[in-house]
Design a protein around this ligand. Structure first.
Ligand SMILES: Cc1cc2nc3c(=O)[nH]c(=O)nc-3n(C[C@H](O)[C@H](O)[C@H](O)COP(=O)(O)O)c2cc1C
Ligand SMILES: Nc1ncnc2c1ncn2[C@@H]1O[C@H](COP(=O)(O)OP(=O)(O)O)[C@@H](O)[C@H]1O
Ligand SMILES: [Mg+2]
Length: 155
């Protein structure tokens, strides 16, 4: 994917509320404006990268892009699970992310337990990949310290 690493930001909006309640894995959902601006070569699937909320610290993340085949969504979503325990929700805040690498395509699973196990395996893979020097350097990118609130596509 020639567009990786891909930098973007947008407001955190509400999804179906399943991430925390059903999966125990909250995902901060991006609005259509961000989803619709994805370059054509960024396919649906699961990605790893770095994320920060507002002007906060930069943490590892995993992201799902697509129609969540397990739930058969009719609208394409772009959702980030930040690998950090937050004290509170952050709906309405600006989320900045850099997508660094691709893990796998989206799948449907025979059970909720299988979906959760797949996501936890994605998280473990992301942690390892992001520690590689060529990936960890992106955590320090100026993108995360710039004050612009606009949606940025590309880099
Ligand atoms: C790392 C990661 C991998 C995911 N993989 C899949 C998948 O393979 N199939 C699927 O249907 N949904 C997948 N999801 C999406 C979840 O189904 C989705 O986050 C959940 O339904 C929460 O949606 P909500 O934000 O609308 O509440 C994944 C989510 C994450 C964070
Ligand atoms: N580690 C985290 N990663 C992503 N979102 C988190 C995290 N911790 C708390 N949240 C909050 O949880 C919300 C996502 O939960 P989720 O159940 O997926 O709801 P929704 O369907 O509205 O996206 C985020 O919008 C954010 O406010
Ligand atoms: Mg969500």
């Amino acid at each position: 994917m020639k567009s990786l690493p891909y930098f973007c930001r947008g407001e955190v909006i509400r999804g179906f509320g399943r991430g925390s309640k059903e999966l125990g894995i909250p995902t901060a959902n991006f609005p259509d404006s961000v989803v619709d601006n994805l370059p054509a070569d960024i396919s649906t699937g699961i990605y790893y990268g770095w994320a920060c909320v507002g002007n906060g610290d930069v943490y590892k993340m995993v992201m799902s892009i697509g129609w969540n085949p397990y739930y058969k969504n009719t609208k394409k979503s772009m959702e980030t699970h930040i690998i950090h325990k937050f004290k509170e929700d952050f709906y309405g805040e600006m989320l900045s992310v850099v997508m660094v690498g691709y893990i796998r395509s989206e799948k449907s699973y025979p059970s909720l337990e299988d979906l959760i196990a797949a996501i936890n395996s994605d998280i473990e893979q992301a942690k390892v990949m992001l520690d590689l020097p060529e990936n960890s350097k992106l955590k320090e990118d100026n993108f995360f310290t710039s004050t612009s609130n606009s949606i940025i596509n590309g880099h």
